[in-house]
Each structure stands twice: as C-alpha cells, then as structure tokens.
Design a protein around this ligand. Structure first.
Ligand code: GDD
Ligand code: MG
Length: 319
C-alpha cells in the first residue's frame, strides 16, 4: 500500500482572474474540483491516506475536503507559509506521513487516467528510488523532457527546454521511495524538476520511467482547463447539471458545458462549451460560449460573453 502527497500550492498565474480567490486545483472540471478527480484516482489505486501540500489560498481546501471521510480517505493538510517549491513542499508534507511505504506524488493540476496501481507495482519490483509517469506530447517545450534507455531507466531530466531532445515528458505523477524524500532539506525552497531529479540521475540513483499514454491533460492553461471539462462531460451527454442547478426549460445548453451546483440559468439563455461554476445566476437571454464563469458570478439579462473569463468584477478575454 502507498500513501500520497498532492502538490496544490502553486499560484495558478496563467488562470488569473479565476485563481484570484480559488486555487487552481479547486477550479472545477465536469462539476468537481480537479483535486477531487485526483483523490478518486488515488483511491482507485488503493491509496487511503493523502496529504495536501498547500500554500497559496490554503484555507480553501480544508472546508471542502475536511478529514476526507466523505471520500473514504484520510486527508491531512501541510501548509507552507511561503511556497517551498515542489521539492520543499514534498519534504514539508512528508512530515505528516509516518510510514515507510512508497509515496505517490501528484502535481495538482493534472488529469490522468493512467494505471497508477501498475506504476506503484513496477516501482516496487524495481526497488527504484523514483518512478516517473511519462507520456508523449507534440510540443514538449512547456514540460520536463525525460529520455529513457531500453530498460526504462531515466537518462536525463531536462525541465522546459527550447529544443526538446524527445517528446517524452514528465506527466507529473511520481512514486518515491521515502528515503529519497528524507534526503531533501527541510524548510528550504527546492524544485524536484530542476534539482532533485537531475541530481538523482547524475548520481546513478535508480530513476525509472513508467510510460503510459492514457488520457492525460495538464489543466494549467485556460484552453486546457476548458477542454478537460468538455471532454469529460461529453462522455455522457451534451451538458452536465450539478445538484441544485436550476435550468429554465427554454435555455439551450450544448457543447459539453457544465452548470455548477446551485447555479440558475434563465429563460432563453444559450450556453455552449463553457464552465459555469457553483452559485452563479445566468440571466434570461444571456449568451455564453467557450467561457468560464467564476463561482457566485451574476450575468445580467441579454449579456453576450465569448471566449472570456467572467467574474463579478470583470469580463476578460481568454489569452
Ligand atoms: N505545495 C506547493 N508548493 N506546490 C507547488 C509549489 C510550491 O511552492 N509550486 C508549484 N506547486 C504545485 C502546483 O500547484 C502544481 O500542482 C504542481 O506543483 C506543478 O507546478 P506547475 O507550476 O503547474 O508546473 P508546470 O505545469 O509548469 O510543470 C510541471 O508539470 C508538468 C506536467 O504537467 C513540471 O513537473 C513538469 O516537469 C511537468 O512536465
Ligand atoms: Mg502545471
């Protein structure tokens, strides 16, 4: 059995203004926070104990997830007063885990349907130091580039390079041997991508790749977040309405849109390919397409919003 740490402390800069009051992992995809999708994924792999490594807007996670019992999990919270980076965040969170089990680390902004249980199994059968989930993308420049040899051993870790040596990338889900975490200094800003992984590879540690090309998406950009939600909603229909959503029968909702819990949609409103978060009021005859409407936003009658972020204070075009 393994335990897990979710890295949810980043600023979510590319998703401003949506991330002004909501940390990126708490933005919803198909009606539930990204973190909740990840908790379900970890649970399916047999994990029952998770630490959320929080920093920016840490106070938002606790009221939603509580002690985790609602999900049949034990959830704890580690808070970094100042962000400690991915490595420092892992080290800080690991203090709440009292075990010698494998530790699964999940970047908090990734949706993946790869076989985590198999990744853990391979890690343990290799007696590896770290096993990284690797996938392939067309343009690797925004990711960690991770070449492997014929045995699956990682030969280099190259974070965000201009001329990628391979399109095989770090998918943001790792299994760590706990002794590797203990070796990270406490209360120090450390990046696993720029320091820990390159150092481990250079020193001959057993760093393996687990290559699986299942559905995978980093939701760190507005287009990706929208795509993730639409993809999931479209698996079961044209749109998704969460519990308590009230939709006028004359409203037209299409393109994998999601209407958050307790939101209302007025008569004649048209919503296409959009995420409406919880507690919003969409006025009669409003037209919203390819857009995000933040939690609790009121959109007035007849307003037209295309490819934008909408909050109560502003409507900004998605870059
Ligand atoms: N607790 C904590 N503290 N979490 C942090 C901190 C911190 O100081 N900094 C970042 N995180 C969290 C973010 O919230 C996010 O969930 C995760 O760590 C990764 O940070 P991003 O800022 O999203 O990194 P990225 O998308 O540019 O690149 C990372 O993910 C790619 C895959 O999506 C890297 O791991 C790449 O190598 C990887 O390819
Ligand atoms: Mg990211």
């Amino acid at each position: 059995m393994a335990v897990a740490i979710l890295l949810v402390g980043g600023f979510g800069t590319r998703l401003m203004p949506l991330t002004k009051n909501t940390p990126k992992p708490m933005l919803t995809v198909a009606g539930i926070p990204v973190t909740e999708h990840q908790i379900a994924m970890a649970k399916a792999a047999g994990i029952t104990e998770i630490v959320l490594a929080t920093s920016y807007l840490s106070e938002v996670f606790i009221p939603y997830f509580g002690d985790g019992s609602k999900w049949g999990m034990k959830i704890k919270y580690a808070v970094e007063k100042e962000p400690l980076g991915t490595g420092g965040g892992i080290r800080n969170a690991a203090q709440l885990l009292d075990s010698d089990q494998s530790v699964v680390i999940l970047n908090g902004d990734v949706l993946s349907s790869h076989n985590l249980a198999e990744q853990i199994r391979q890690h343990e059968s290799h007696d590896a130091d770290v096993t990284l989930h690797l996938t392939q993308v067309e343009d690797a420049r925004a990711f960690g580039c991770v070449p492997t040899d014929s045995n699956g051993r990682v030969t280099a870790f190259l974070e965000k390079m201009e001329n990628p040596v391979t399109n095989q990338i770090n998918a943001g889900c790792y299994v760590f041997n706990p002794r590797v975490i203990t070796a990270i200094p406490l209360d120090t800003v450390v990046s696993v991508e720029r320091e820990t992984f390159p150092h481990l590879v250079a020193s001959g540690a057993k760093v393996f790749g687990y290559v699986e090309k299942a559905y995978w998406l980093d939701i760190g950009t507005p287009r990706a977040l929208l795509k993730a939600s639409i993809d999931i909603v479209k698996r079961s229909g044209e749109f998704l309405a969460m519990p308590g959503a009230g939709i006028d029968p004359t409203a037209v909702i299409t393109g994998g849109s999601c209407i958050g819990s307790n939101s209302s949609v007025g008569a004649g409103a048209v919503i296409d390919g959009s995420i409406i978060e919880a507690g919003c009021v969409i006025g009669p005859n409003a037209k919203i397409s390819d857009s995000f409407v933040a939690t609790g936003t009121e959109i007035k009658n007849n307003v037209k919003i295309t490819s934008s972020f909408a909050t109560n204070n502003e409507i900004l075009p998605i870059p």
